[in-house]
Design a protein around this ligand. Structure first.
Ligand SMILES: Nc1nc2c(ncn2[C@@H]2O[C@H](COP(=O)(O)OP(=O)(O)OP(=O)(O)O)[C@@H](O)[C@H]2O)c(=O)[nH]1
Ligand SMILES: [Mg+2]
Length: 533
């Protein structure tokens, strides 16, 4: 059974967390240990240093933060891994949420000095709602941080999930030298090297060996011994079913920057993470080994590689076998599309892919009609749920500063709207033609300006608009009802690109005032076309 084998060897997962916890660094080290890179790059390197494979955008390199999610496909240990590095910053969180619709598991990275931070908590909630198993990595153990037992309590208490520490740190901060593998009962002793560009030398042995005691120091060994005993006494036992149900998180300590514990995390994750499972759809779950190919678009991005200045739709394959040149149904329009330009993705790099299996993320070029959330399928019965669109919290007018080049401005803006980096709104009483754009956070407008400049050679200028809250109205609301609404101060009705009505408010206060004055009007937290799953 070819398809069953192919499914069994797929692992598709996202790395998630609050900004700066080390997702991109960990991604790079997974690539190094997974054999996909010979030399690891750094997030915010000096000019002579290699950048990372996942933070390839100009603005990402300048600022040392991730802005856009990246897909990296590679093979390791006979498995095909689809790894998605996501941005942590809240302003880019829509991209991260979309990625979470396309993965089967997540690695949650926690900065050992900071513990659970706000954005990590939100992303964890999304994973829990979707039933995605989570593996936890406590990063930056090379720096003074919180007590390991305290960190475990924090994960259990704040996230409300059982924790099984797979390994235990030996030494902290400057004296962090290794980890104890609780499943294998072995010590992994690492050597610190400069920069962590290459794999680090590793010594594996028993904690009782005199040589280990000497190298780690008696105090470290004794303390770890006590803590490990406590864990044995009080802690959870390892149970894979609980992990797959999202009730237990295997937890690993390490340092991505120094390559400590990276291989153990990668191997442990691959051993226990699920292969693709049946996926909910309109007419019931679709098993991955269904005969018919199906998948959906969860991201669109153009101009990723200067050699191919085109638009790529990221498709998660959910069932059946994908073959290049196949004809599929574009479920939203009912049209047949031939998918001739399919690619395996590795950051900004790509190569032609002739076939793909459930779990794979492929890049499809050459189809301008593809939108985020679209289902592509060989079986007309299959339709996947739309991907929710969240209300923006920041609004600006985007002016074209180069009036000689109106066409480039509109082409660029149209593309960025397609990527749903931003949304465009049309106030009902608008008297001006300057596009009004909304985004979850302001940083997104920096990205818009940078990409307009770099990819469309169009300098733009931003004029702030006063709204900070927006809510869609239920699609039942008629024109007549709309005219009868008591608006109150600081609110403007508008339409989005899909003609749905949305109210723009200057403050939470004006939203509440509006709700109190119009109790009969149903307002929505996400755009009317998306079910929040
Ligand atoms: N000391 C120490 N620093 C680390 C470690 N891992 C990552 N860092 C540093 O932490 C900073 C943030 O790392 P990134 O990998 O960019 O973090 P990120 O989670 O991808 O951040 P965003 O994508 O912007 O949310 C960088 O300066 C890294 O060098 C580690 O193990 N130890
Ligand atoms: Mg990053």
């Amino acid at each position: 059974m070819k398809i069953a084998d192919e499914i069994a060897r797929r692992r598709t997962f996202a790395i998630i967390s609050h900004p700066d916890a080390g997702k991109t660094t960990l991604t790079e080290k997974f690539l190094l240990y997974g054999g996909a890179l010979q030399l690891a790059g750094t997030v915010k390197g000096r000019r002579d240093q290699r950048a990372t494979a996942s933070d390839w955008m100009e603005l990402e390199r300048q600022r040392g933060i991730s802005i856009s999610s990246t897909v990296l496909q590679f093979s390791y240990r006979g498995l095909v891994i689809n790894l998605l590095d996501t941005p942590g910053h809240e302003d880019f969180s829509e991209d991260t949420y979309r990625v979470l619709t396309a993965v089967d598991a997540a690695v949650m990275v926690i900065d050992g000095a900071k513990g659970i931070e706000a954005q990590t908590r939100k992303l964890f909630e999304v994973c829990r709602r979707r039933g995605i198993p989570i593996f936890t990595f406590i990063n930056k153990c090379d720096r003074p941080g919180k007590d390991p037992l305290e960190l475990i309590d924090e994960v259990e208490a704040i996230l409300g999930i059982g924790v099984f520490p797979v390994n235990w740190p030996l030494g902290v901060g400057n004296s962090f030298r290794g980890v104890f593998d609780r499943l294998m009962n072995k010590v992994h002793l690492f050597e610190r090297t400069q920069g962590g560009k290459f794999k680090v030398p590793l010594k594996v042995g028993d904690i009782t060996e005199p040589a280990m005691r000497e190298q780690l120091g008696a105090a470290v060994v004794d303390q770890a011994g006590e803590e490990l005993e406590m864990l044995e006494g009080a802690g959870a036992t390892f149970n894979r079913d609980e992990v797959l149900a999202g009730r237990l998180t295997p937890l690993f300590f390490g340092s991505a920057l120094n390559n400590f514990g990276v291989q153990m995390l990668l191997d442990g994750f691959l051993d226990h993470a699920p292969a693709p499972r049946p996926r909910p759809a309109r007419n019931g779950p679709v098993p991955p080994d269904a005969e018919a190919f199906s998948g959906f678009v969860f991201k669109i991005q153009a101009n990723m590689n200067p050699r191919h200045r085109d638009r790529v739709a990221f498709v998660r394959v959910c069932s059946g076998k994908f073959e290049r040149d196949m004809q599929v149904i574009h479920e939203r329009s009912g049209k047949l599309l031939r998918l001739s330009f399919s690619h395996r993705l590795f950051g900004r790099e790509r190569e032609t892919s002739d076939e793909a299996w459930p779990g794979d993320v492929i890049g499809i070029a050459g189809h301008a009609e593809l939108q985020i959330g679209d289902t592509l399928t060989a079986d007309p019965q299959i339709a996947y749920a739309p991907i929710p669109r969240f209300p923006p919290e920041s609004f600006v007018y985007l002016h074209n500063d180069d009036t000689q080049n109106v066409k480039r401005y509109w082409t660029g803006l149209e593309q960025l709207l397609q990527e749903k980096l931003i949304q465009r709104f049309y106030p009902l009483d608008a008297t001006r033609n300057v596009p009004l754009l909304g985004a979850i956070g302001e940083l997104q407008f920096d990205v818009v300006r940078s990409r307009m400049e770099l990819e469309y050679r169009t300098p733009t200028r931003i004029e702030p608009a006063p709204w900070t809250v927006a809510r869609w109205l239920h699609t039942d609301v008629t024109e007549e009802q709309l005219r009868a609404l008591r608006m109150g101060p600081g609110v403007v009705p508008a339409r989005d690109e899909n003609e749905h009505l949305i109210m723009l408010f200057e403050s939470e206060w004006s939203l509440r005032y509006f709700q109190e004055r119009n109790p009969e009007v149903a307002i929505l937290d996400t755009a009317p076309e998306g079910d929040l799953v």
